[in-house]
Design a protein around this ligand. Sequence first.
Ligand code: SF4
Length: 466
Amino acid sequence: MNKPFDFELERLTGQGTDAAPRQRDFAHLSMRGTFFLETFGCQMNDHDSEKVAGVLLARGYRQVETPEAAGLILYNTCSIREKAAQKVFSRLGEYRAKQAEGKIIGVLGCVAQQEGEDIFERAPWVRLVCGSASYRKLPEMLAQLEAGNHHVTGLDTDTDETFETEITRRDNPFRAYLTIIEGCDKACSYCVVPYTRGPERSRASDSILREVRQLGELGYSEVQLLGQTVNSYADPSPRTMRFAELLLAAAEVPGIRRVRFTTSHPSDFTKDIVEAIESQPKVCEHVHLPVQSGSTKVLRAMQRTYTRDEYLEKIAMIRGAKRPIAITTDIIVGFPGETPSDFEETLSLLDEVRYDSLFSFKYSPRPHTPSLKMDDAIPEEEKSRRLAILQDKQREIQTSRNARLIGESYEVLVSGKSRREGQWSGYTSSYRLANFTSHANELLGTYVQVRVTGATPNSLVGEHVV
Ligand code: SF4
């Protein structure tokens, strides 16, 4: 996704920075000192792109909104969808002519890691291939490109460091993402992340809290702590702060009104996280807890490290909290060996948990994953049929769960303004989208009380309560 930007270095850092003189040094480079960055994929990728943009801005590059206006075109890729690599190569084909115009083309992210130097073979006009575990070396790689090196790669995944930047250019003016743990040490058999993002590395708690304080000073009121398995966080500093303590410490930072976190792994989800949500209203009442399947047999084949019953124990712990906590999940249908009765178990899990929302996918094999060797015998039409049944069931559940909220009032962080007069939107602490009416002139970035007057499966409808 492409995003508009407004480049104000001082706002990004909250202070004057020695990066500014370097920016002026590059001013004469005109188009050569400009970059266009296109991002696909998850919030981790979005946030990586924010940090990559920060690295480039600190080196004096200027971000532009079209590839035509850029000297450097970067493509931050995602391999979660099937045929991701083909799509990347077809897009790179479109960029071939641009290289002839003297532009530098670079591929970042999961497809870069997955395909590696093969990208240079298939698309020799690409000059930079860099996986996310090597982003901390980006300044060196940029220096090599600027020095005229033709092919530059960053494909190490055995790093024990995290990607921290002097400046991060954030896209959302109200909610700031912060990666607290990179990579993954789990080994789910369908997942390419351990290969593309490398082993788990946590950031020191002091560094995280310093950034949260800076964000509070810059006017951000909501922070979202990110990690593929965010709750596996293990503070590498002598402070050895637990994840739940980190949530509470971030909530204490002046100016911060909401702390979110995603994605949680069920095996590492502990009672103290629920207690943090119970005790501190600023820690958002939402947990994204991917289950992937309701069948213990399929969970074993997926190497998910918990059984259906163990997962349901975690759900009971969250549902038992003194404060209602919304629960969302991810589900894969049609995993190799998933029988009709395994799928029925997933449907019955939906009935038992009654998720507030879910992301569902049809299984498709990915390069460099253990499940690639399994027989993917379930026909595509059957996977589609199961997906449709699952989604229909979930739609009914969401319709009824949201309808129960009619008449209640919730605090909403206003993040959208409709073209229609008096129509606004934003998110509740439970991460429900609320579309509401208000006569106020300006609400963006503020917190308002919204009374729910109606509900759809995916959003609430309401009115501003003054
Ligand atoms: S926990 Fe499993 S699904 Fe999630 S990133 Fe790690 S390996 Fe992938």
